[in-house]
Design a protein around this ligand. Structure first.
Ligand code: KG4
Ligand code: ZN
Length: 345
């Protein structure tokens, strides 16, 4: 079965073709960085309009690149939520209309289930059951996964998501949008010994997270240390050192909670997914911890960690293969708990 996936939940338009026999045939991505950069963050209305402009041309480009004819597509998967409602509606309307025109089934996919299953697109892929750490711009969740749709929430962020904390801290350090990757880059030249930031909520039992205090800690450190620092080079070094301390604190906190979750569930496999899982230091630390515990960590290649159409095509394919699809009406769900999803069995 060949499925076209469409992702338009935030600031990236992604389309992909995924086949049940041949795997991922191709995926194309358009990033809206240029649209939002001057505002320092995503402007929802501009995001919707850009998805309207880009989705159909990207699908044409994907069909050209892969040599696939529209008539070969057997199902369409679009992101139905969570996300920005206007942006979601663009993908849903296009996906549903295309499916109607081609007389094939369509399915609305949960964006975080897409992230969660993205490591399945790799040759070396995890087997169920596993514990998943989902770290994106909007979510930080630890989930016990027994199969597609069989999710038990172990813990989540009580305030800012990990990606959100990266983005907000980057902004107060004066880095451009999108902040997370920029902060990670700057942290490379930071001194890991200069500052030590707290590891929030690791001093008590439990698997929930809280990252909003770290950004305040970074701001206070910046304001105190910047005083009287006139030289540009020293100011830049201070920003790099703060970036490194912040990144180390987030990574360490995530690692500590994952170690706990593995112990608690007895799982041998940890899956890391969502935009922040592109972070080099997080990937390396998590692999180290899992190997020490006699297990293994899996994560997608970096381009499949952040938003993309391939993960939506893959998740939709699994559900369409199981006989699930949507009626001719469609809806977008800006808020959508993943634990409400149906199990495949
Ligand atoms: O999954 P994603 O592309 O979109 C959402 O579903 O939210 O995640 C985007 C988030 C942003 O907050 C971005 O700053 C963060 O992932 N991110 C990173 C890195 N690459 C992306 N954070 C830290 N280090 C990175 N290398
Ligand atoms: Zn995402």
């Amino acid at each position: 079965m060949l499925v076209l996936g469409i992702e338009t939940s935030c600031d990236e338009t992604g389309v992909a073709l995924c086949d049940s026999e041949k795997g991922l045939l191709g995926h194309v991505l358009h990033s809206q960085i240029e649209v939002h950069a001057e505002y320092g963050g995503v402007v929802p209305e501009l995001a919707s309009r850009d998805h309207v402009r880009k989705t159909l041309p990207l699908i044409e480009q994907l069909l050209d690149q892969t040599g696939v004819q529209k008539q070969q597509i057997a199902g369409i998967a679009y992101t139905a939520g969570p996300g920005l409602v206007g942006a979601l509606l663009v993908g849903a309307a296009i996906g549903r209309s295309l499916a109607w025109a081609l007389q094939i089934p369509a399915i609305g996919v949960h964006h975080m289930e897409g992230h969660l299953l993205a490591p399945m697109l790799e040759l070396d892929r995890p087997a169920f059951p596993f514990v998943a750490l989902l770290v994106s711009g909007g979510h930080t969740q630890l989930i016990e996964v027994k199969g597609v749709g069989q999710y038990r929430m172990l813990g989540e962020s009580l305030d800012d998501a990990a990606g959100e904390a990266f983005d907000k801290t980057a902004k107060l350090l004066g880095l451009p949008y999108p902040g997370g990757p920029e902060l990670a880059r700057l942290a490379e030249s930071g001194d890991p010994e200069r500052f030590r930031f707290p590891r929030p909520m690791t001093d008590r039992p439990g698997l929930d997270f809280s990252f909003s205090g770290l950004k305040t800690y970074a701001l206070n450190t910046l304001q105190t240390e910047m005083e009287g620092l006139a030289e540009d080079g020293l100011r830049q070094q201070l920003r790099a050192d703060i970036s490194r301390a912040f990144e180390d604190a987030v990574v360490d906190t995530l690692v500590i909670k994952c170690r706990r979750a593995i112990k608690q569930t007895g799982a041998k496999t940890l899956v890391l997914a969502g935009g922040v899982s592109a972070n080099r230091r997080l990937r390396a630390s998590m692999q180290g911890v899992m190997q020490k515990a006699g297990g293994q960590a899996y994560y997608p290649r970096p381009e499949l960690c952040t938003d993309n159409g391939a993960m939506i095509a893959y998740a939709g394919l699994q559900r369409l293969l199981a006989g699930q699809h949507e009626p001719l009406t469609f809806a977008a769900r800006p808020r959508w708990p993943m634990t409400e999803l149906a199990s495949l069995v």
